[in-house]
Write a protein that binds this ligand. Structure first.
Ligand code: SAM
Length: 223
């Protein structure tokens, strides 16, 4: 492997004023094969629901290679078994991809690597691409736009069924058809339990219905 000329482990490599443009694929190949995360990222706690996220401590140009999603390579079957065992865990670190069949990268046991902390967003500033270097598939994250210092990196996991994308609409739809019980367990991932604000909304709509019924009674009494 030939080392790309401009890559170094010092901060110059992430300073756009000093570093010349590095070809993103070459950069990705270098960092993947070095088995290291690039400088310019830090993990920060966001909140109890989302957990941690990855934020930049350097500027990244549109198209730049950011991080590799690293973990154990396992089969879909093994992933299913592991997911079943970990079903009570809040976060999942399984990345499913296709390359000569279906594969999964499980990053659960690599807490030291950065990419497993990158969260999901439909309006993402990064994208995950499959790159094959020396006949070996790698999951590489690239910038979709210029990313400035302090921004959170997010990519589109590509799954509409994840609870945090569904919660609002699904609970709203369910509210029309299901009874809501007084349940203090405010688990945002349990779609059957509307969150506080939604419970409040439902109370408001119940109040509107009872008000309308009273008005109908009144009109009927008057006629
Ligand atoms: C690959 S991990 C990302 C890092 C994770 N936030 C952590 O603290 O370790 C994926 C998990 O993060 C959470 N997550 C990712 N994106 C999210 C989002 N937009 N809203 C809520 N939770 C999210 C989910 O629990 C998901 O299973």
């Amino acid at each position: 492997m030939t080392k790309p000329v401009q890559i170094s482990l010092n901060k110059e490599a992430v300073n756009p004023m000093k570093a010349k443009r590095i070809r993103p694929d070459e950069d990705a190949k270098f960092w993947c094969q070095a088995g290291l995360d690039k400088d310019g990222f830090e993990k920060r706690f966001i909140n109890n629901t989302i957990g941690f996220g990855v934020f930049t401590t350097a500027f990244f140009q549109k198209g730049a290679f950011l991080l590799e999603y690293v973990g154990n390579r396992i089969s879909e079957k093994e992933a299913e078994i592991r997911e079943r065992k970990r079903r009570k865990k809040k976060h999942s670190y399984m990345f499913h991809f296709k390359w000569n069949g279906k594969h999964v990268v499980d990053a659960t046991d690599v807490p030291e690597r950065m990419c497993r902390y990158v969260n999901d967003d439909k309006k993402a500033n990064a994208t995950m691409k499959l790159k094959v270097f020396n006949n070996y598939p790698r999951l590489c994250l690239f910038a979709l736009q210029d990313i400035h210092i302090g921004e959170e990196i997010r990519y589109d996991y590509g799954d509409e069924n994840v609870p945090w994308r569904q919660h609002f609409h699904k609970t709203k739809m369910e509210m029309k058809t299901t009874e809501v019980t007084d349940d203090d367990d405010d688990d945002p991932f349990d779609l059957k339990k509307p969150r506080f604000s939604e419970k409040k909304e439902q109370c408001q709509s119940k109040a509107k219905v009872s008000c309308m019924l009273e008005m109908i009674d009144l009109v009927m009494m008057m006629t």
